[in-house]
Write a protein that binds this ligand. Structure first.
Ligand code: SF4
Ligand code: SF4
Length: 185
């Protein structure tokens, strides 16, 4: 059967009228900021103090876009008569975000909690070379990392917190000069 003349136009107008009354889903970015989940994968922050230069993140990165340089330093023995030890000192830590595919593997594999997701995503550059963020910039991103969610009220205290509290109590007792309190916590 031949279509009724003008029926296509009527259908088109009906769609226009229907969508005109609906709420728009287009956000006028950058005038309107998107409402992203707090733990969105925007950029990676480096908590340098925790990094032991184990190289695991650089080895596991599927894009080979983590660049780490380091050197070894000799540390004096902890106790008299002990052996000297050596430790890795970080010289360079950089991530090339023009290659990164935001898979999160580096963050997952880091055994020392040195890498974190930040939801900050506005770091576009006009020069692609500027998308390689060096350690200082990666450290700066740490200020934009959201605090971890609170523990369940019934959860056991994390062992790191318990150990830190024990050490702090010991130091406080030693400063107060309370004999016999050093080992108690
Ligand atoms: S998120 Fe994935 S691709 Fe990006 S640096 Fe980490 S491991 Fe590499
Ligand atoms: S895996 Fe973690 S500790 Fe090891 S080099 Fe990477 S950031 Fe540093």
């Amino acid at each position: 059967m031949a279509p009724i003349p003008g029926s296509g136009l009527a259908k088109g107008l009906a769609v226009t009228l229907r969508t005109m009354t609906r709420k728009s889903v287009t956000a006028q970015y950058p005038d309107t900021q998107p409402e992203l989940p707090p733990r969105s994968r925007g950029v990676i922050g480096l908590f340098e103090e925790n990094c032991t230069v184990c190289m695991l993140c650089a080895r596991e990165c599927p894009d080979w876009c983590i660049y780490i340089d380091s050197h070894k330093e000799t540390v004096p023995p902890a106790a008299p008569g002990g052996r000297e030890r050596s430790r890795n000192v970080l010289d360079r830590f950089a991530i090339d975000f023009s290659l990164c595919m935001y898979c999160g593997i580096c963050i997952e594999v880091c055994p020392f909690d040195a890498l974190f997701w930040s939801p900050e995503f506005e770091y576009a550059e006009t020069d692609i070379r500027d998308l390689t963020h060096e350690r200082d910039k990666l450290r700066e991103w740490m200020w934009t990392v959201p605090a971890p969610p609170a523990l369940d009220p019934g959860a056991e205290e994390p062992k790191e917190v318990a150990a830190a509290r024990k050490t702090a109590d010991k130091l406080a007792a030693a400063q107060d000069g309370v004999p016999g309190q050093e080992g108690r916590a």
